[in-house]
Design a protein. Sequence first.
Length: 255
Amino acid sequence: MAGQSDAVALMQRLYPGVEFDESVDVMSLPIDRDCDIHGKWRQQDSALGPVINPICPQCKADDRLSGALDRASIPPRYRTRSLDTYVASGQGQRQALDVCRSYVADVDRRIKEGASLMFLGGVGTGKTHLACGIAREFIDQHKTAMYIRVADLISMVRETWRPDSKESERKVYKKLLGLDLLILDEVGVQAGTENEQNILFNVINQRSEEMRPMILISNLTAPEVKAMLGDRSYSRVSENARAVPFNWDDYRRAK
């Protein structure tokens, strides 16, 4: 039959090097494609069936992840970092990694509980790596996350005070509140003025009241963080946050 012959010719073009004849019901065979990056992927379960993947599914997933990481403001240095790529060579590092793995084991529960973390310790100990690894786990489960340095957060709010600002202060706070996870890095680098403390209190207080998870990252000790944030903010965040010590040497200097 002409139709079957045409189908055989089509399948031979789709599968070069594979022999087909008219005794084979080629219309029931799946149609696979080749991706230069990820290899073979299935476009259709059969020649007559609907297209289930118009493009490579892994390329599509990679594009979604890349867009989500952009929206989460994950720094380029940490785009490929994950909990799996964190090298835990000492007991303290293994304990910190275990805390992070436990935290993301049930993301929906963490969001429901408003569970937060504080990563406290010296520079180069992997705090930002693990925090961004947690953010990636949230994103993989189609949750929203955002990484921001405290100095940038304060600047973002202050920008709304300009007469020509196109965004209101209320809108900025609403955006930060709506995230499933907010990561505040470099807590303590700011000057610690009353104005800065008030901005941080507004963010931390709103998220605490709405039980929204946060990760605070600082090179300071817990008492120093308390002094920098002020009693109100520290009290709010510590109500439902676990402090994780990063008290080992800078791994970058050890290389």
